[in-house]
Design a protein around this ligand. Sequence first.
Ligand SMILES: [Zn+2]
Ligand SMILES: [Zn+2]
Length: 268
Amino acid sequence: MTIRFCPLGSGSSGNSFWVTGGGIELLVDCGLTARQIDQRLTEVGGALQNIDAIVCTHGHRDHILGTEVLSRKRGIHLWATPLAARFFSRKVPIEQIHHLELDAQTQIGGLTIETVQTQHDIPGSVALILRDGEVSLGIATDLGRVTPSIVAALSSLDGLILEMNHDEAMLERGPYPKRLKQRILSDYGHLSNTQAAHLLDQVLHPGLQHLALAHLSEKNNTPELAHGLAAEVLRRHASQAELWVCAPDRPGMPRTLRRLPTLSSAAR
Ligand SMILES: [Zn+2]
Ligand SMILES: [Zn+2]
């Protein structure tokens, strides 16, 4: 059992991830235009006609921009929490919309999707844990603040896509209007690099294979700052996880997660 995943783009302006596992292919969030998703998927060896489902974490534009077109014109079915699904109720045929229950599991093909409620300023926001048998991937962006249920959910994964939205000093000095700065810094906005590094420190374990930093602000962060802080946490824990940063304007390289033998079974 394996899960293969690839960011098609991730940043404050748009987010979409291609995930394969359990015999199906998903797009988690479609916050790029349908055309960009089509092009970037082709660039990394995928194809829209193979996509079985779209899973939506919440209704902000940077996560849903291309969803309506892909679902309506391509007939791809859509899964979202009941509150997030309301954004699509008049735009996508009702029979193509399915519900993800909050803090519960949903089966799509051979993949199990777990939702974990996030403290974000739009109703029905969730982080996702995707499992193919024992192999797991967490997708945790737009976290607002770290809650005990987020820490518990992210604690024993094989792969993690984690929000590192902003550097607090860059945001303070940066060009955003005061209200927007307050929103981002609030408990219902986004995690700073420091907050995300602290979360990583709590959830990091020897089995983590891949750590992808995501949803970086293009104006209030740099890949070097985010990478540096995460690398420091990995070093402290002597973690072997591969660390990389998702780009907003191009897809990443597809990575594969598989169940690694435990130390005791490897020694046999
Ligand atoms: Zn959001
Ligand atoms: Zn977002």
